[in-house]
Design a protein. Structure first.
Length: 90
């Protein structure tokens, strides 16, 4: 593979890897919020959460299963290299 292509691939890996890490971080924050919310067990009657807490719980659980403990995502994150400027794909 030509060096120029290798650099472009690395830039794509960098961008994707960072975004996947951002998604993981967001899911981890959602999980922490979910745990606190369940612990406090507030009355959601009359709020936007009424009738939706189960769906939100399932959504967070499913997102966590998709992005955490995923070998493909782990590999992308592990290969992030700061030496490749993102503008190579412009």
């Amino acid at each position: 593979m030509p060096i120029a292509d290798q650099k472009k691939v690395q830039v794509a890996v960098n961008i994707i890897g960072r975004e996947v890490q951002n998604i993981r971080d967001a899911v981890n924050r959602l999980n922490a919020l979910k745990t606190k919310f369940i612990t406090h067990n507030p009355d959601v009657t009359g709020t936007v959460l009424e009738g939706r807490t189960g769906k939100l719980n399932a959504l967070i659980t499913n997102l966590d299963a998709e992005v955490n403990n995923n070998a493909d995502f782990d590999a992308l994150i592990a290969e992030i290299s700061p030496s490749h400027p993102e503008n190579l794909l412009d």
